[in-house]
Design a protein around this ligand. Structure first.
Ligand SMILES: [Zn+2]
Ligand SMILES: [Zn+2]
Length: 485
């Protein structure tokens, strides 16, 4: 073939390959170009981000709908090794509210290395964390413009579902490691956000979104200096990068050997112990979160469906085993915090009516109606709406054999919508989080004492939903020592 024919053929091939770009490929080409060019993006070996900002308190704030509690984040560092996909994130967070662990700053280190997800505790000891967290962190690796566009440029990556929203274009990026992450770019081609689907035991199916803005020039690339993360519509972090570096020295970001050699922790098999508190009252313990069972003349009432579906189903089974002749019909939910409500959907699936403070009603109804398609749970298999009865300030549950009084814990700095239960014939107070026997700090105990005084309750024993049953003097002692300090 003559030389000019070769050139003509080459021209045709270039032309046809240009015209054959799919909308997905065009989007990717535009994104790569905006970030600094495909070759520059492909060449990056490491990324180091340093900054500060805020974390929010999803599932642990004052009210179910609140986003008022924040931690100030300082010393944020995200170190990414592009070749291995290893990521290590370090930060110091300081609560701006009455935190149950006290007001001091906490250093946090979290990482992912292959299938090994790990955290390093405040004492410096690394620990491996479970497979679900590992999966989430492996996907989170792609929640940055550089990592997602670099992955998308890999020919084995599947690009699909191009769509347009306003001036933005979006595609789904199916990575070779099995993650699917949606990438959105603006009219200039710069990534505005990434999102992926995940699962939360309380919320069910959720969308995790990371947004990018304030792009800066860094070593021939454009990198966002403002990054926020969300779970559905709830902002979980808002961070500003002070220093960004590409291909700098990031040190060792491999999983610490103690975490790498440990097996992935599996969820514990529920252990439910039952101890009699008084006739017709049982303390159901055995793990970190307790429940209490109360026997009325013709039915049983449970206090708290915590921790997980397996835990709550085991607690319900124990309640029925203790009293096979009476139906378990109600569960009292003390407050909305996710660890104390992670079994609530299971309780609803078992037909239990939920009794809670009126500020939690919408939360319970929404929780019961959310989709859990990614990990179908008991309520997905046995769908039914929640039946919710509310307590505003106080409510007496009473029949011929039992009385239990439910009270709103007014003004608690732990939660605005907190209930406690008082069983007069046992002079027993059932409470959670506002006093935890044995805990080093008790930031909510003074308010509890005020509530007990205002209600004129005569308490002999505290039956806590964290820790062991203690005499009332343990609570007053705590306050005496707080004053002494
Ligand atoms: Zn709580
Ligand atoms: Zn708690």
């Amino acid at each position: 073939m003559a030389r000019r024919n070769w050139l003509a053929l080459a021209a045709v091939l270039v032309l046809s390959s240009c015209t054959r770009l799919t909308p997905e490929q065009q989007l990717l080409a535009d994104a790569a170009k905006a970030l600094g060019g495909a070759d520059r993006v492909r060449a990056v070996r490491t990324l180091s981000l340093e900054g500060d900002g805020r974390n929010f308190n999803l599932g642990q704030d004052m009210r179910p709908e609140a986003a008022s509690q924040t931690f100030t984040v300082s010393g944020y560092r995200r170190l990414v090794d592009m070749g291995s996909g290893r990521v290590k994130v370090e930060q110091t967070r300081t609560p701006n509210f009455a935190y149950f662990q006290g007001p001091q700053a906490q250093r946090q280190i979290a990482g992912i290395d292959g299938d090994i997800a790990y955290n390093v505790g405040a004492n410096g000891a690394p620990g491996r964390v479970g497979a679900l967290v590992a999966q989430e962190r492996k996907t989170d690796y792609f929640h940055h413009p550089l990592t997602i566009v670099r992955a998308a440029l890999d020919p084995v990556t599947a690009l699909s579902n191009m769509r347009t929203t306003g001036s933005e274009r979006l595609i789904d990026v199916g990575t070779s490691s099995g993650q699917t992450v949606t990438l959105a770019i603006d009219a200039a081609g710069l990534p505005t956000r990434t999102s992926s689907q995940s699962y939360n035991a309380n919320l069910g199916d959720v969308t995790l979104t990371t947004t990018f803005s304030d792009y800066q020039d860094v070593a021939g690339l454009k990198l966002p200096a403002h990054i926020t993360t969300k779970v559905d519509d709830f902002t979980t972090a808002d961070l500003r990068m002070i220093r960004q570096a590409v291909d700098g020295e990031i040190g060792d970001v491999a999983a610490p050997p103690a975490a790498a050699s440990a097996p992935a922790p599996a969820p514990p098999t529920p252990t439910v112990t039952a101890d009699s508190v008084a006739p017709g009252v049982w303390f159901l313990a055995g793990q970190s979160h307790n429940s209490v069972l109360v026997e009325f003349a013709d039915h049983l009432t449970l206090i708290e469906a915590p921790l997980s579906e397996p835990r709550t189903l085991a607690v319900i089974a124990k309640a029925r085993e203790l009293n096979p002749g009476k139906p378990l019909t109600q569960v009292v939910m003390t407050h909305h915090h996710f660890d104390h409500t992670a079994g609530l959907r299971a309780a609803i699936s078992e037909g239990l009516t939920v009794i809670t403070q009126s500020g939690n009603k919408a939360f319970v109804e929404t929780m019961a109606s959310r989709s859990h398609s990614r990990q179908p749970d008991a309520l997905t298999r046995n769908a039914r709406p929640a039946t919710v009865e509310v307590v505003d300030d106080d409510r007496v549950l009473k029949d011929s054999t039992m009385e239990m009084d439910l009270y709103h814990v007014n003004g608690s700095p732990h939660s605005d919508t907190m209930l406690m239960a008082y069983i007069p014939k046992a002079r027993a107070l059932v409470e959670v989080d506002v006093f935890s026997p044995g805990a080093a700090v008790q930031p909510y105990a003074a308010n509890l004492i005020e509530n007990l005084a205002a209600r004129k309750l005569r308490v002999d024993r505290i039956v806590p939903l964290h820790g062991a049953i203690v005499p009332f003097s343990e609570l007053t002692k705590t306050q005496a020592s707080t004053k002494a300090n």
